[in-house]
Design a protein around this ligand. Structure first.
Ligand SMILES: [Zn+2]
Length: 184
């Protein structure tokens, strides 16, 4: 990426209704185990969709079939399989979030960092939830003072979607990932 071309962050969003058992085939064994261990149906749906949308979105950006992508979730603190996902061997940075009825994945090629967070208001004041999403998105983007925060259009009623990136001039595109997921 040259200095003349601004970084492009692409945010894919889907509704929980897109959760389909067939998406399990895109996941690796450890991702399927994470889905199976979820306590509730809604959590299973969100976790399944998060993993499937991450693979579909990153696969689309990289030109790799979603099911063949290697996703590393090893925790940098303990080595457990619950860390920030990365796509080894590529310069694609990814971030996944889910809350309420929304799952979102942000992607950024070229070596920058990106963090995305969605929260359902669930009766809480909007300003409080917005502040929380900013904190979470910045944390996921690696923290620091050089981050640029974008509040994105609500992906569903009563949801807040916030993005943070270390690329100050990044163009942010939000697209509905439902068709992409269905075309896997
Ligand atoms: Zn850990």
């Amino acid at each position: 990426m040259t200095a003349q071309q601004p970084a492009i962050v692409t945010v894919f969003t889907v509704g929980l209704t897109a959760a389909d058992i067939g998406l399990l085939e895109l996941l690796d064994d450890r991702e399927r185990l994470r889905v199976a261990r979820c306590a509730s149906e809604a959590d299973r749906g969100r976790t399944l969709l998060g993993a499937a949308l991450l693979r579909t979105a990153a696969g689309a950006m990289l030109g790799v079939p979603a099911g063949e992508l290697r996703v590393d979730r090893s925790c940098t603190s303990c080595g457990g399989w619950h860390g920030r996902p990365t796509i080894p061997g590529t310069d694609l940075d990814v971030s996944v979030t889910h809350s309420g009825s929304v799952v979102a994945v942000a992607t950024l090629a070229g070596g920058g960092r990106v963090g995305v967070d969605v929260e359902r208001l669930a009766g809480r004041p909007g300003a409080e939830v917005l502040a929380w999403t900013i904190t979470e998105a910045c944390f996921k983007a690696g923290g620091g003072l050089d981050l640029t925060v974008h509040q994105l259009p609500p992906p569903a009623p009563n949801h807040v979607l916030t993005l943070a990136t270390d690329q100050p001039d990044a163009l942010v595109k939000v697209i509905d990932g439902t068709a992409l997921l269905a075309a896997r």
